[in-house]
Design a protein around this ligand. Structure first.
Ligand code: MN3
Length: 257
């Protein structure tokens, strides 16, 4: 009985190997089926929205954010939002002239209903990540960078949020408390005050009349490779790579406008 079963296994294995070899032959050899005509699969649109390059190397935020996470996060996740957004707007001739994703998010109600959710999710994803990359800063290896909020922005943090330490503590707390996927946003709200707001998924503060200054991405894809299920450790580490100079300038420009 045992011998028979072993023999049967051998025969099966040989058959499987044989069929693999055959199928490889048919792929690489003359017998391969001709490729489908190109017209059957039109290429995905490559615009109007474009994946921005990272403003630094993939490993620049190490050890706080690892290079592999940055590769996946930028090259796969952000790229997918851009691709899906382009596919969606290609279906809406009324949006043909819109090239700034934030204009779409500001007026989501004017986006045709059949693509509105796709634009909300993928346009939000594109806008949120485009800002996110800019608001992070490679650590200076010798630790000599003095990187703190400056000017009117620093004063507004004190006046509206009780100081930088309170801001960090509140954003970290909200980040830990947010259930599922989303972002914790530091915004200039409708009343021109600094405010913190957690938002689900890829929803943009822009769609609610707020101006985003800095968001912490708390989707698992932002931290899971390095920090696994311990989101709190990621929320601690991110404060070491926040580009406060960029955010201060963004605040100043927005308040002038
Ligand atoms: Mn993300």
């Amino acid at each position: 009985m045992l011998t028979t079963r072993r023999q049967a296994l051998k025969t099966l294995t040989a058959a499987a190997l044989g069929s693999t070899a055959l199928s490889q032959l048919s792929v690489f050899g003359q017998t391969a089926a001709p490729a489908a005509p190109a017209a059957a699969t039109p290429p995905a649109p490559t615009g109007p929205f474009v994946l921005p390059e990272l403003p630094y190397a993939y490993d620049a935020l190490e050890p706080n954010i690892d290079a592999e996470t940055m590769h996946l996060h930028h090259d796969k996740h952000h790229a997918a939002y851009v691709k899906n957004l382009n596919i969606a707007v290609a279906k809406a001739p009324s949006l043909a002239k819109v090239t700034n994703v934030d204009d779409l998010l500001k007026h989501l109600d004017t986006v045709p209903e059949e693509i509105r959710t796709t634009v909300r999710n993928n346009g939000g994803g594109h806008s949120n990540h485009s800002l996110f990359w800019q608001t992070l800063l490679p650590l200076n290896r010798d630790g000599s960078v003095i990187n703190e909020p400056k000017g009117d922005f620093a004063k507004a943090i004190d006046a509206d949020l009780g100081g930088l330490d309170a801001l960090k503590e509140a954003m970290s707390k909200q980040g830990a408390a947010l259930f599922g996927s989303g972002w914790i946003w530091l915004v200039i709200d409708g009343g021109k005050k600094l405010n913190l707001m957690p938002m689900p998924n890829q929803d943009s503060p822009i769609s609610q009349g707020h101006y985003p200054l800095f968001g912490i991405d708390v989707w698992e894809h932002a931290y899971y490779l390095k920090y696994h299920n311990v989101r709190a450790d990621y929320l601690k580490a991110i404060w070491g790579v926040v580009n406060w100079a960029f955010i201060s300038d963004r605040y100043a420009t927005a308040m002038k406008g």
